[in-house]
Design a binder for this molecule. Structure first.
Ligand code: F0G
Length: 382
């Protein structure tokens, strides 16, 4: 059959920038190619002249950006003969690992913090058939255990310490550049383990080459495992801005946080695995880290949903919340082009969403015409 123009996932799209060969069996669920949506109403509300785009990664096959890294990590694990993968997770990595393992026909083991992952993510890991181990501990405890057990059992780690994960995730930067025809001035991301902000910077660096410099770049983050000859596509690179939840903000505190806590469970991480890499990203890009309270995160999640019709999970809202604050304060200048990554889909965490809206928009009434009509008239103020 003629392949036509059917989209078949990011490895096929970005083959020349990824560590695969013509013989590699690609494990894909059609990830990537997510919408870059320009916000219409929020810039007007802020009253500043800025272009804000959101990269809606919640529309990936398992509902988060993790699918970008997982297609690469599982493809390479299978190519290298692995029969099982393992990860620690705050929920999204486990969902993606479980799905891609199912697709590949290998086993997935996932370690998640008991009682601290969103309902949708738990449902995904279980439904895709991962062996799901709830630990009485947090993500950081799980990560240590995964690293230890991988030394004693034939399992491949698919957390972002696996360099192939970052290679897959860098493609989000490629897509943004191709759509905008340039890099944004600022790229804002929520930061947990710090793999994604590192991966985006790899992508922007690979797609840009200062005038007069050589066009061959190697990825300094993965010990030269992935080296590609690049064509310069853009001449600018963004400042990378990383936003954390106040109760889980090791980059803002300047070191590991012992008992991280936040409503944004996806980024409830006290000891990021890509700590040094992310510091390097900041110094190279001229960006910064900052923190948001849980209330600011939830307010932004709701603002985005109610004023733009875009539903992201709490952690994802940290990127936009941080951007809005920095635009208002002038730290981000007027006239800037800003991209905020919305890392995961709001449907992942229905409990938190319902919890914050229930009292204001949910009403229980009798099943009568009178009560329905009265509710409508009352809400419309007529
Ligand atoms: N946003 C969401 C929705 C996430 O799930 C994560 C990480 C992040 C942001 C932070 O990305 O770790 O690359 O800095 N979730 C991981 C997980 C830790 O297990 O699903 P990061």
């Amino acid at each position: 059959m003629n392949a036509g123009n059917r989209y078949t996932g990011l490895i096929n799209r970005y083959r020349s920038h990824l560590p695969v060969t013509a013989d590699t069996r690609i494990i894909s669920l059609g990830e990537g190619n997510t919408p870059l949506i320009r916000l219409k109403n929020i810039p007007a509300l802020i009253g500043k002249n800025v272009e804000i785009y959101v990269k809606y990664e919640g529309l990936n096959p398992t509902g988060s950006f993790k699918d970008r890294g997982m297609t690469m990590a599982v493809t390479k694990a299978v190519e290298e003969g692995s029969k099982a993968i393992i990860c620690a997770s705050t929920g999204n990595t486990s969902a993606a690992a479980a799905a891609y393992a199912a697709r590949a026909g290998i086993k997935a083991f996932v370690l998640i913090p008991e009682g601290k992952i969103a309902m949708g993510k738990l449902a995904q890991a279980m439904m895709y058939g991962a062996i799901t181990l709830q630990i009485r501990g947090n993500f950081d405890d799980g990560m240590e255990l995964v690293k230890q057990v991988a030394a004693h059992a034939p399992v491949t780690i698919v957390n972002s310490v696996n360099p192939y994960r970052l290679q897959g995730q860098k493609t989000a930067a490629f897509e943004i550049v191709e759509e905008l025809g340039r890099a944004p001035d600022y790229h804002c991301l929520p930061v947990g383990n710090a793999g994604n902000i590192t991966a985006h910077w790899i992508g922007y660096c690979e797609y840009s080459t200062p005038v007069g410099e050589t066009v061959t770049q190697s990825c300094s983050f993965c010990n030269g495992k992935c080296t590609f000859a690049c064509e310069p596509v853009i001449s600018n690179r963004p400042k990378m801005l990383g936003y954390q939840a106040s109760g889980s903000a090791p980059f803002v505190r300047g070191g590991p946080v012992k008992n991280p806590e936040t409503v944004a469970t996806a980024i409830r991480i006290g000891n990021p695995q890509s700590y040094d890499q992310a510091l390097k990203v900041m110094s190279e890009s001229g960006g910064w880290f900052d923190e948001l309270s849980d209330q600011e995160i939830l307010d932004t999640q709701r603002l985005l949903a109610m004023s733009e019709g875009i539903f992201c999970e709490p952690a994802s809202a940290a990127s936009l919340g941080g951007a809005i604050r920095d635009i208002k304060s002038g730290k981000i200048a007027e006239g800037s082009v800003i991209v905020c990554t919305l890392t995961g889909n709001g449907l992942k965490d229905p409990d938190t969403a319902i919890g914050q809206c229930q009292s204001s928009v949910l009403k229980t009434i009798d099943a009568t015409l009178d009560q329905v009509r009265d509710s409508i008239l009352q809400s419309m103020g007529v």
